[in-house]
Design a protein around this ligand. Structure first.
Ligand SMILES: [Zn+2]
Length: 165
């Protein structure tokens, strides 16, 4: 567990630096079984003018390009992310073949703090586990919440608020 906490703390501090450079307040990193960093990316939706450039999507794309495959399953990769993945990223994780998911703040915290709408995710942890994907969440939550709280306090852009019907 200590190893996971250490990585989460590291990606949270990198995320903070990236926010200063115009990225969104989410960062994802993929590691192999021996602890080698395969890819890392922040959310770049605003920077790239692309609604699907979430941190997880970017990190998956970078890893697949680097390893030259659309199927990461044989690499036994672990995804570390500063917040629970949204509806879109859950789909991308399933398609990619990632084996383990570790995250800091929950969707409930993300939505309460920022107003981002994370989508519909019924019982996703159970669904992942049924497919052999291990999930461990709410690691270093206070630090994770601080990243988001600071983002809001600094009046940075919330680009996908809950929309009126
Ligand atoms: Zn996402």
């Amino acid at each position: 567990m200590e190893k996971h906490s250490k990585i989460i703390r590291e990606i949270l501090s990198q995320a903070k630096i990236n926010v200063e450079n115009g990225y969104g307040p989410f960062l994802a990193a993929l590691y192999d079984e021996t602890g080698n960093l395969i890819s890392q990316s922040s959310n770049s939706v605003i920077k790239d003018c692309c609604s699907n450039h979430h941190a997880e999507m970017n990190a998956i794309k970078l890893a697949e390009k680097k390893l030259g495959t659309y199927d990461l399953s044989k690499y036994n990769l672990s995804l570390y992310v500063t917040a629970e993945p949204c509806m879109m990223c859950l789909g991308a994780i399933l398609w990619s073949g990632i084996k383990k998911v570790f995250y800091s703040v929950s969707t409930k915290d993300v939505e309460e703090i920022t107003g981002f709408d994370e989508g519909i995710k019924p019982d996703w942890i159970k669904e992942f586990e049924n497919r052999g994907i291990e999930v461990c969440g709410e690691i270093e939550v206070e630090e994770g919440k601080k990243l988001l709280t600071d983002y809001v306090k600094e009046k940075r852009e919330i680009y996908k608020p809950k929309r009126e019907k």
